[in-house]
Write a new protein. Structure first.
Lengths: 536, 311
């Protein structure tokens, strides 16, 4: 077996280390016995300059949370796209999957290398003009979303199924072996509770498609699509330390060109700094030892592959125009009533701009309450978090989603502040609610209502039940001013199927009270109406 | 030939494995029933005490009714079932006080228990409830391998028939609770919208699987029916803090009355009846107690309860 050169070992070690950190952080994105989470996978996003730029453009402010991204951008000004080759967990996973996906590379259309710049411009311009696209193309967003919504729950399910089988059908001696193992797995890698997600298949499909693209070309996504790579590549134009070809003795044999996983070396052996990810394959692979890593004397980058002026202007115009197509929809006037956002969410417009659809809030949500939206928030709201109370409710004392949001689209709140914020409001369906519809006792909703002064109370009334008897039952009702819309009532309602008490986004704190007026007069300020409004 | 032989083998092995391995646990239901039948006793013994020092208090009150040795035999597997339903700190009175649970665990060990398990199927998220109720930290603080505060394992619910049930004919019940040699029921005394009060019989719901909300339709009788299957060896009602309003969750200290009282009895119904008095209510106001007494599960008439109070 061939011994790998040191530089390759270093690179692989670095890739492995960053992947390990990523996985540990990912598993750590969960309740850890304290109200404050000590470290979560949002760290990755806070180092992502693309997300930093897009979210800041959308918010039109510098978002302090994503300031670490500057370090990554600055390092690229010095070292080019080192991150893509040495750290990016998505890139590492693509490299790992290489043996499964190796195939003879085809010929790419000439315009393909421009694609990532087109996407980058559309993302950034679109972000500024109100069309949030970054979450659909950023590699971390695709990766974390795919993992948290599909891969991780499926992994948990598979392991649980196996141990269920051994527990329920295995003999005692087998359980003596498997049960301790199961307990160890439960503590270390398994999710505490089996979660389900509304859009697990699309999230998985997006992630898998990145791997399938590798069938066309090695690191296809990184080469042609990744807008983060494009951004780092732009910075790489200025990088003084690069891999370059010691010209004179090169025979232009073309071997390096085939070797390069990024297609960064042309047939003449010229290295394109905008694509090169410093993987060191050419440095160690060239028989003539033509390539070195070091300071380049800045010759004007000959193979830069940016957009032409025309293409740039055209793309920019597209980025400006697209948002307006999305703006002319009834959603702006009539928000979907079942779209319940997590507590601390910014007003809808700002939220959509800042949310990067990474799915971390859903990963961390302790009750599996947050799910990706399909079209409830419009096309651009795909994969944004929404609360589905029947599946899980918002835990009264929990503030984890706001703590892991990398861009502050969901604000970080203290528990006491969070408990004042209404995310919706419950109403009773008296046609289904047992004490009303059938004269049968129940009030499970009242029992679970978490507000110290109960937002669900009951009246004791005499009514006629289904078989005509006169009975005394306790009938629940909702006190609107106290209800915060946490959804535990809808979640715990013991009726099969649809709950008899339902939460809608009506009355949520983040909605501007003026919009809810009759359209002619501005409503009186919130302090007069007494509704708890929430200003950022 | 190869394929046929393969199929033969597969069928043979899977069938034989199925029959060999598939031994269900039909005897489970009876193991709990076998425990000390106590209905029909002329007099129920209930210990009541009041003290600021909860550790001392628990020990003294248990001593009044014969000491832990009367309930825990050496080598016994003990289950302590506190109320950990909600994500509330101990002072809110929604959950059993951690010191009470811990003291009971210590006493069980002193009486010779081989293992002590503590669990509850919570209403709020389990980890938050275990942590913030203070019960998990208190048990971990004991640092004893024999005592474990465990989360509910969904695989351990077994469907148990309730032959004596008047409305409830069967339900999923937690296996560890049924198989325990000594089951100590440690509810917290608090107000409850539907049941009136949540006491010993209501606390049994914490070892039930399935959609527990459905039991609320005939809650009193359902709880009484469950009482025929779940027969605690010992009941310790924690009335150190009593949630008087907005139960069973509470969340406001104004609704909590500090009472520093512990009630202990082997008779769940009698313990509940005595605890009801603390709220200034009569035992026959609580439907669950009435239904259980009617089933012969214990004694609720105060004149037939031997109340032993701490001096």
């Amino acid at each position: 077996m061939k011994v790998k050169p040191t530089s390759i070992i270093f690179r692989r070690f670095s890739q492995g280390l960053f992947l390990l950190i990523f996985i540990v952080l990912f598993l750590h994105t969960d309740y850890q016995g304290q109200d404050e989470i000590s470290g979560a996978v949002n760290l990755l996003f806070r180092f992502d300059p693309l997300i930093a730029l897009a979210a800041s453009l959308a918010a039109r402010t510098a978002i302090v949370l994503v300031l670490p991204a500057i370090f990554l951008l600055l390092s690229s000004f010095l070292l080019g796209r080192w991150f893509c080759g040495w750290a990016c967990p998505m890139g590492t996973l693509l490299d790992c999957a290489r043996p499964l996906l190796s195939r003879k590379a085809g010929v790419a259309p000439a315009a393909l290398p421009k694609l990532r710049y087109i996407l980058l411009v559309i993302i950034l311009v679109g972000a500024f003009f109100g069309l949030p696209l970054v979450g659909f193309l950023d590699p971390f967003a695709i990766l974390v979303r795919g993992l948290s919504m599909a891969v991780y729950p499926a992994f948990g399910m598979a392991v649980e199924t196996f141990f269920n089988l051994t527990y329920n059908h295995g003999p005692a001696w087998l359980n003596h072996l498997t049960e301790p193992l199961y307990q160890v797995l439960r503590i270390s890698v398994l999710p505490f509770d089996q979660k389900v997600f509304a859009l697990s298949i699309p999230a998985a499909a997006m992630l898998i498609s990145l791997f399938l693209l590798d069938l066309l070309h090695r690191r296809f996504f990184c080469r042609y699509v990744c807008p983060l790579g494009a951004l780092l590549g732009l910075a790489a134009r200025f990088a003084p330390w690069m891999i370059h070809n010691r010209k004179p003795s090169c025979t232009a044999c073309g071997q390096c060109s085939d070797l390069c996983r990024m297609g960064a070396i042309d047939q003449q052996g010229q290295v394109n700094g905008e694509r090169c990810i410093l993987c060191m394959d050419c440095v160690t692979g060239c028989h003539a030892r033509q390539f070195t890593f070091g300071r380049t004397h800045r010759n004007p980058v000959p193979v830069a592959e940016g957009l032409s002026r025309r293409a740039f202007i055209g793309t920019t115009a597209g980025g400006i125009a697209l948002p307006f197509l999305f703006a002319v929809r009834p959603m702006k006037l009539y928000p979907e009533p079942r779209l319940i956002r997590p507590p601390g969410t910014l007003p809808e417009e700002q939220f959509l701009g800042r949310c990067v659809r990474c799915g971390e809030c859903m990963q961390v949500c302790i009750n599996n309450a947050l799910h990706p939206a399909l079209l409830e928030a419009g096309f651009e709201g795909l994969f944004t978090p929404r609360l589905i109370p029947r599946i899980g409710y918002c835990e009264y004392q929990c503030t984890l989603c706001g703590q892991v949001c990398p861009t502050g689209a969901i604000r970080r709140l203290s528990p006491s502040r969070k408990q004042e914020i209404a995310i919706g409001r419950a109403y009773l369906d008296r046609n289904r609610c047992l004490p009303y519809a059938k004269g049968v006792p129940c009030i499970v909703c009242e029992e679970h209502c978490p507000t110290p002064e109960k937002a669900i109370r009951f009246r004791e009334v005499t009514t006629i039940n289904e078989i005509g008897q006169e009975v005394r039952v306790k009938q629940p009702y909702v006190v609107e001013s106290l209800c915060i819309g946490c959804g535990i009532c809808e979640n715990k309602c013991p009726l099969p199927g649809r709950s008899a008490i339902l939460v809608t986004s009506e009355g949520e704190s983040r909605r501007q009270p003026s919009i809810e007026g009759n359209g002619y007069t501005l409503k009186s300020p919130s302090w007069k109406t007494g509704t708890p409004t929430d200003k950022a | 030939m190869e394929r046929r032989r393969f199929l033969h083998n597969v069928t043979y092995w899977s069938l034989s494995c199925f029959f060999v391995l598939h031994w269900p646990f039909p005897s489970l239901a009876t193991s709990a029933q076998a425990q000390t039948p106590q209905a029909g006793k002329p007099l129920a013994k209930v210990g009541i005490g009041k003290d600021k020092d909860y550790r001392k208090l628990v020990r003294q009150v248990i001593a009044l009714i014969g000491g832990m040795g009367a309930f825990v035999r050496p080598g016994a597997r003990v289950v302590i079932k506190p109320n950990i339903s909600f994500d509330r700190p101990p002072e809110m009175g929604a959950t059993t006080h951690p010191l009470v649970v811990r003291t009971l665990a210590e006493m069980a060990l002193e009486a010779g228990a081989s293992q002590v398990r503590i669990f509850d199927r919570t209403c709020n998220e389990a980890r938050r409830c275990y942590q913030n109720s203070g019960i998990l930290p208190a048990i971990q603080g004991m640092d004893d391998r024999r005592v474990r505060c465990e989360y509910i394992d969904r695989r351990k619910f077994v469907t148990v028939p309730i032959p004596q049930g008047r409305v409830l004919k069967g339900w999923d019940i937690y296996r560890d609770a049924l198989e325990a040699d000594c089951y100590i029921n440690v509810p917290v005394a608090k107000q409850h919208g539907l049941a009136g009060l949540s006491l010993g019989l209501k606390n049994n719901m914490g070892i039930l699987g399935g959609n527990r909300g459905q039991l609320h339709r005939k809650l009193d009788q359902n709880l009484a029916d469950l009482g025929t299957i779940i027969r605690p060896t010992l009941n310790v009602i924690d009335a150190t803090r009593m949630l008087l309003r907005n139960g069973p969750q509470g969340g406001n200290l104004r609704d909590v009355q500090v009472n520093d009282t512990i009630i202990a009895s082997s008779d769940t119904v009698a313990a509940d009846a005595c605890a009801t008095m603390l709220f200034g209510r009569a035992p026959d106001e609580i439907g669950t107690t009435v239904a259980a007494a009617d089933m012969g599960l214990g004694i609720m008439q105060l004149n037939r309860i031997n109340r032993i109070e701490l001096p």
